[in-house]
Design a protein. Structure first.
Length: 434
């Protein structure tokens, strides 16, 4: 997803994800046919930036349809809890953005409108969307719970001046090269790689890709948690060891959760960062496109691809409709508007993401070298996070385990295979039993 999410914690969230059954559209459940409420996710460098981006488009929708859209932009740290609370209370919006990794979890609440053939036809057809984006819209075998809105993937962004100053001629493409470059960069108060060690979802995104490289999926084929396999343990240890053993990540990054690593990168304090389409955030901090470069996220060796050469999760934002909205026709019109070729070009160009709509991808706006990396990753080497109802709990408990391991590394406590396995075993015990 575009802005890295801070996954929610606590027993309330875990229970809500499985007990939510009711919802309501509109403000206090009282939407009129000429009004919609829309919860947008924070895609830009701030909530205010998102409002400035979205409001003109919502005004245009109102001019075309007569339907007014009441907008609220919600930070990622609050969004999942807000959605789950709305699902149980009935006090929710008509239309909302969700992180695509949550699709199956939110689908299991029964709160979201299924996009069956009829509903897809009402927004222009399912075949308008690229397959990789549709793969993260709900539980396989069921009608999707949402439709793709923005598509993203992880890549490695590097600071050109810092690389030049360190005598690094080429950007790294393998993990060994990342570590070698990171060691050259990590001196005089500067560091090789930035991470967001307290951001639970970012932790999951990184260890999921590393898990694929180690042959681990974190869930079995029948959907059971499998957090303590040798591959999963190796993936988590490899990620935390970037700070603990390789020492190319600043200890302070253990506390980062609000995109501070991007700020460090833009301020020439960190030479590399693994991120999803951060160009707007770089620009907001005064960094020009000429000052940074981008290459595919690293793999163990060779070229990115499928299986153990996977180098990203399929990132993105989906758009969903609450099933009990009192303005279903207006909600579907709004989804159709937001996923139209024209709007897809406007919005994805602004946010630096890739349209999940085939027609919009052909626009010259997306003939950009940095976006080519993202498109190629999505097409050939990205994998969807497990589309299982327990995915949001996975983000919480394993993301927290990684956060705690980063805290250990920052404090100088040893991070061993045994300590990683113990943390992951504790996380697995917190998952629902199948």
């Amino acid at each position: 997803m575009r802005r890295i999410r801070a996954a929610v914690t606590g027993a309330v969230t875990l229970s809500l994800a499985f007990t939510a059954t009711a919802c309501g559209g509109g403000e206090s459940g009282e939407a009129t046919p000429k009004t919609l409420t829309y919860w947008a996710s924070n895609q830009g460098s701030s909530l205010e930036v998102d409002k400035k981006v979205l409001q003109p488009e919502l005004d245009r929708f109102e001019q075309e349809t007569g339907i007014k859209v009441k907008l609220e932009v919600i930070p990622w740290s609050d969004l999942l809890n807000r959605i789950l609370t709305a699902a149980t209370s009935g006090q929710g919006p008509d239309v909302l953005n969700i992180g695509n990794t949550w699709s199956s979890s939110l689908q299991s609440t029964g709160a979201l409108l299924p996009f069956d053939a009829k509903n897809f036809d009402s927004i222009g057809g399912k075949d308008r969307f690229v397959d990789s984006a549709l793969g993260s819209t709900g539980t396989p075998g069921k009608d999707p719970a949402a439709v793709p809105l923005y598509s993203m993937a992880y890549a490695l962004y590097y600071n050109k001046q810092m690389f030049k100053d360190a005598g690094i001629a080429e950007p790294p493409t393998t993990w060994d090269e990342v570590i070698a470059a990171g060691k050259k960069l990590s001196k005089d108060g500067k560091w090789g790689l930035g991470v967001e060690g307290s951001n639970l979802s970012n932790n999951i995104h990184q260890v999921f890709a590393l898990g694929k490289q180690h042959g681990a999926d974190f869930f079995t084929a029948d959907g059971k948690a499998d957090f303590t396999s040798d591959g999963a343990v190796a993936a988590v240890k490899q990620y935390v060891d970037l700070m603990a053993t390789q020492k190319i990540v600043a200890p302070g990054n253990a506390e980062y959760a609000q995109n501070q690593s991007l700020s460090d990168f833009a301020k020439n304090k960190t030479g590399m960062v693994l991120w999803q389409t951060p160009s707007q955030t770089f620009a907001s901090q005064g960094m020009t496109p000429e000052e940074w470069g981008v290459v595919p996220a690293p793999v163990p060796s060779g070229e990115p691809g499928a299986g153990k050469q996977t180098n990203s999760m399929v990132a993105g934002i989906n758009m969903a409709v609450f099933k009990n909205t009192k303005n279903l026709d207006g909600a579907l019109k709004f989804v159709k508007f937001m996923t139209s070729d024209e709007e897809q070009v406007i919005l994805n160009k602004t946010y630096g993401s890739v349209p999940p709509v085939k027609g919009a991808q052909k626009d010259p706006s997306f003939a950009d070298a940095s976006l080519d990396v993202i498109r190629e990753t999505l097409a050939t080497s990205a994998a969807a996070l497990p589309q299982v109802p327990e995915e949001s709990q996975f983000e919480t408990v394993v993301g927290t385990a990684v956060k705690e391991l980063f805290a250990d590394a920052a404090a100088g406590r040893p991070v061993t295979t045994e300590s990683v396995r113990a943390k992951l075993d504790k996380a697995q015990q917190q998952m629902p039993k199948k």
